[in-house]
Ligand binder design. Structure first.
Ligand code: TUI
Length: 315
């Protein structure tokens, strides 16, 4: 049984969060993860406040356990969704792709536990100062919007920079990764890509799931550096062509237009020509379909002997 201080703070059984995957993580997946003893998270992504409200209601109807909402701060609807969560009895908010400082007072007043994703030490220190409950330190192995640092480097640096509980994210998909994250000083993990194969992850097209199940070590790449929003996704003809365009003479405006709509096209239509399939490097380790509860149990059960065996290294 692996337990840590984040479990007491949030009232969850296992210190395992499900990443707030934009266009993918809905109320059904979040509830399944929370029912499995982890922390399920609804992704607001670029969606409207009314869509998020709907998903919160769905999650509430499916679980009496705590769950969270992830707010993607680059969304045009972020302000509205920040208000919505404060009024909806949501217990946990995680944020991504930006600085949530301006919402902190409102969320704290509403009794929400705020757990921002940070990709740098400076952001970890700022979030500690403005009253975050815990931090998610996400390394560039992750899928979607990525920072510069790897999980191996970011997690210990963030742990040194804050007294808050730190959750490690990026590059974690099994018990070995979970155990390693605890060794780096984290008190829990967040996994996104591993939950793409969950039975309850029904928002993704069959093509998406198949690509994840078949992926290998070299299946992902990072595009979008030129426009300042690097994104890790599956290596497809679309992403290869996009990368070529980044190094061609086209304008920033034209380049930005090339990616618009490509995430929902991948998720909803499974469009292998024009879709951008966000995925972390661990897609190579995701090889079977299981329920969310099984995924959590398996990862925790794998980590236990790894952690117990760690003392073998010390003579
Ligand atoms: O947010 C993510 N991953 C995402 S968001 C997303 S949707 C998207 N749509 C359009 C463009 C880009 C993304 C797909 N995947 N992960 C959490 C995360 N947050 N990773 C890195 C950060 C981050 C980066 C900079 C957090 C804070 C930050 O602060 C910068 C600043 O100073 O404002």
């Amino acid at each position: 049984m692996i337990n840590s201080r984040i479990c007491e703070i949030l009232g969850i059984k296992y210190p395992v969060f499900q990443g707030g995957m934009a266009w993918i993580a809905d109320g059904k997946l979040a509830a399944a993860v929370s029912n499995g003893g982890g922390l399920g998270i609804i992704a607001a992504g670029n969606g409207s406040a009314s869509r998020v409200k709907e998903q919160i209601e769905i999650a509430k109807s499916l679980t009496d356990k705590p769950f969270g909402v992830n707010i993607m701060l680059m969304s045009p609807h972020a302000d509205e969704i920040a208000d919505l969560v404060a009024e909806s009895g949501v217990q946990v908010v995680t944020t991504g792709a930006g600085n949530p400082s301006k919402y902190m007072a409102k969320w704290k007043e509403a009794g929400i536990k705020v757990i921002p994703v940070v990709a740098s030490v400076a952001m970890a220190k700022l979030m500690t100062r403005v009253g975050a409950t815990a931090l998610i330190a996400e390394g560039g192995e992750s899928g979607g919007h990525v920072g510069e640092l790897t999980t191996m480097v970011l997690v210990p640096l963030v742990c040194d920079a804050t007294d808050l509980p730190v959750i490690a994210a990026g590059g974690i998909a099994d018990g070995r990764g979970f155990a390693a994250a605890l060794m780096l000083g984290a008190c829990g993990v967040q996994m996104g890509t591993r939950f793409l194969s969950a039975e309850e992850c029904t928002t993704i097209h069959e093509n998406y799931r198949e690509k994840i199940l078949k992926a290998n070590d070299l299946s992902t790449m990072v595009t979008g550096k030129r426009l300042g929003h690097p994104v890790r996704s599956l290596r497809t003809s679309f992403s290869r062509e996009y990368l070529k365009k980044e190094y061609s003479g086209i304008s920033d405006e034209e380049l930005a237009g090339q990616a618009s709509g490509s995430y929902p096209l991948a998720v909803r239509e499974g469009d292998v020509e024009n879709g951008c399939f966000l995925a972390g490097q661990v897609c190579a380790m995701v090889n079977k379909v299981q329920s969310a509860a099984e995924i959590i149990r398996e990862v925790v059960e794998e980590a236990e002997p790894v952690l117990k065996g760690a003392s073998e290294w010390v003579r």
